[in-house]
Design a protein around this ligand. Structure first.
Ligand code: WTA
Length: 656
């Protein structure tokens, strides 16, 4: 089955056979122009990572680069530093007036925030947090729109050694509540609301609903963004602007051990509640600074860099906040949707600000393809010199379109493979060195030991497919899952032993040793570049009083990567009709967030199960994708499949 899938995908990928050498002019000025760094790094990975750690300011030098007790690893032991100091103070000393963020609100306001201004805001806010009782090690939840106060909030936490837990503003009150409770956060920083497609996202209302069930939260700090009237709870809620303007701008950065926690970020797993991925200070900062410098070839004096993700995801943490600021670079921070007020909003921004580097996801690129080439063509995009992609495999057509119509046919496109867990990019081209193949993330970053193995963990060798693994830890990788180290051990090291990290992705190595990522091999879906587990959506569905049982699978979707398809058995006496369908979609949106809303729902009296009662999602995936059915010999109730199949295909026909 997996093999069949691998072959089908590869066939599609290899139809685009063009390769692209680095443009000479680009290569001659690139930070990485000599492939000897690969040899250097593989001969002495620890020495290589130590050289990259030198990119940071350390209060105390480390004595040990790596201590590896598989599957646990610690980096730069004995070293002390502060992430906010590295992102701000050292640039304030040299380039205080450089813009850190050109912020663009969706309704049209703009603000340029210099390093000096951001530093001041962060120091004041850090003092506010201290005044609210937040100390080193206390967790702070952040639930905010894309406004400059969001990176400021993260850095204020980092400055005083309080790990932050950012929850994406598109998540529901219930998702926020569960994440706050898992990490027992003491303070929540939020806003009255934010703008998305001309509408106000009611963040404070969601926060109030969440905080009603989070005993650990003592104070809620509220940024005024929309200016709408939101209720403030006496004694609990604090006005951000009032508090910050009244606080001192002096706040020394707390020296943190390299292995002190910098943040927690939740991501979906195959079973149970979301996992709180733990990142520490020294290794993470080393990884994001190094990869941001070499993969995006950033020249802080001249580049205008735009990572168009949301800070609520790891891409935003690493490549809007910590990487770019550590490197002293100027970024764009855009609050809203790409089609507001018009479908060329991004291209206006690129032209107006002279954006030189753009980093986005294949799902966005495919949306732009659908909207047509006239929109980018209306704008001068000639400032762009490098494009990046992340979140899911980029299909060669989208890659070529991106390079041709956004990059003017001249820019390198770096396809970057990594995860919340790896913290930083692990597989990617270095644009001044690597020959690009559209659809391939190319080769591991220096110091990353990636391979493709079979079920037994043996290397498959060039020309073959299997499971992607990382055979040596890197500094930016997660240390554990918050509050559940056993789950860390089992999830990532259960398959191939304690020394081999298994990310959950399928991959093929071509004859030149290039890596071609093939998507998840577990029950995690990739919807528009975001990970959602089938388990979470199933739990949300059965949480509804009309549902007896539910199974959820991802169906390959030309635009979204995967579309969520749910198979639902209603309780006796309940009819699975259009009204229930809509109700269930809204219910999932309420429980998890709109991104998890099933694309289609098939009502059925029963689900295909093994004799031991396990739902066979594999068969449902075949049904959803209209493939021939895989092995059905262990199936208890085979006839139900035909019934489901008929229903699914008539539904599909209606949708199309
Ligand atoms: C997928 C996002 C192919 C992959 C940074 C991974 C990719 C998951 C790529 C992590 C890529 C990410 N090519 N697949 N360039 N980048 N993925 O944690 O399945 O949100 O395991 O981190 O996205 O998603 P996450």
């Amino acid at each position: 089955m997996v093999q069949q899938h691998v072959e089908k995908t590869i066939e599609a990928l290899l139809q685009e056979r063009r390769t692209f050498d680095p443009p000479e002019e680009f290569a001659s000025r690139a930070h990485a122009k000599d492939s000897s760094i690969f040899e250097q790094a593989s001969a002495d990975p620890e020495g290589w990572w130590a050289s990259q750690a030198q990119r940071l300011d350390w209060f105390d030098e480390w004595h040990t680069v790596l201590e590896w007790n598989p599957p646990h690893h610690q980096w730069f032991l004995g070293g002390r530093l502060n992430a906010a100091h590295n992102c701000l103070d050292r640039h304030v000393a040299t380039t205080p007036d450089r813009v850190a963020y050109h912020w663009i609100g969706e309704p049209g306001e703009t603000r340029a925030v210099t390093y000096e201004q951001l530093h001041e805001e962060v120091c004041r806010l850090a003092n506010v947090l201290k005044g609210l009782g937040v100390g080193k090690g206390d967790r702070v939840a952040i639930y905010m729109p894309m406004i400059p106060e969001l990176p400021a909030a993260m850095l204020a936490c980092a400055r005083i050694g309080a790990p932050h837990s950012v929850v994406f503003g598109g998540f529901s009150a219930e998702s926020l509540r569960d994440r706050i409770n898992d990490a027992a956060c003491k303070v929540l920083i939020t806003a009255d609301g934010g703008y998305r497609r001309g509408q106000v996202v009611p963040l404070k209302a969601n926060a109030d609903e969440a905080v009603a069930q989070t005993p650990s939260i003592e104070k809620v700090l509220v940024v005024r963004r929309t200016g709408e009237d939101v209720p403030m709870v006496e004694g609990r809620d604090v006005d951000y602007q009032d508090a910050v303007s009244g606080a001192s701008a002096e706040c020394p950065a707390e020296p943190m051990d390299a292995e002190d926690m910098l943040y927690i970020l939740y991501t979906s797993g195959t079973t149970g509640k979301p996992k709180g991925i733990v990142h520490t200070t020294g290794g993470y900062m080393t990884g994001v600074s190094s990869t941001h410098h070499l993969v995006f070839d950033v020249k802080p004096e001249s580049d205008v860099y735009w990572c168009a993700a949301d800070i609520g995801w790891v891409t935003g943490h690493s490549y809007i906040v910590y990487g770019p600021l550590a490197n002293g670079c100027t970024s764009i921070l855009y609050e809203g949707a790409p089609d507001w007020p018009d479908k060329d909003r991004w291209w206006s921004i690129v032209q107006d600000y002279g954006v030189t580097i753009l980093y986005t996801a294949p799902t966005a690129i495919r949306t732009f393809m659908k909207w047509g080439t006239e929109l980018p063509a209306k704008h001068d995009l000639s400032s762009l010199r490098l494009l990046g992609s992340v979140g899911e495999p980029i299909n060669p057509e989208a890659w070529i379109w991106y390079q041709e119509f956004i990059g003017g046919g001249k820019t390198p496109v770096v396809d970057t493979w990594w995860q919340t867990e790896t913290g930083a990019i692990m597989i990617s081209a270095l644009p001044g060195i690597t020959t690009l193949k559209p659809g391939s993330a190319t080769k591991p970053f220096p110091g990353v030991d990636a391979d493709v193995v079979d079920e037994q963990g043996n290397s498959v060798g060039r020309g073959n497919g299997g499971y992607l693994v990382l055979k040596r830890p890197t500094p930016s990788m997660l240390r554990t899952i918050f509050g559940d180290d056993q789950r860390y051990v089992e999830t990532y090291f259960g398959k191939f032993g304690p020394e081999v990290y298994f990310p959950g992705d399928g991959c093929k190595l071509d004859d030149d040793g290039y890596f071609w990522l093939l998507g998840r091999v577990d029950d995690v879906m990739n919807v528009a570049g975001h990970r959602i587990s089938t388990y979470e959506v199933e739990s949300a569905l059965v949480d509804h009083q009309a549902v007896a049982e539910a199974a959820v699978v991802g169906r390959v979707d030309p635009k979204e990567g995967e579309a969520i398809v749910a198979f639902v058995t209603p309780k006796a006496a309940v009819t699975g009709d259009e009204a229930l369908l809509q109700e269930l979609r809204e219910h999932v949106a309420k429980v998890i967030g709109k991104i998890a809303r099933p694309h289609s729902i098939v009502f059925t009296d029963d689900l295909p199960k093994t004799r031991s009662g396990k739902i066979m999602r594999r068969l449902l995936r075949d049904v959803a994708e209209e493939r021939d059915l895989g092995d059905v010999t262990t199936l208890l109730n085979a006839p139900i499949l035909d019934e489901i199949r008929t229903k699914a295909s008539s539904l599909r026909a209606r949708e199309e």
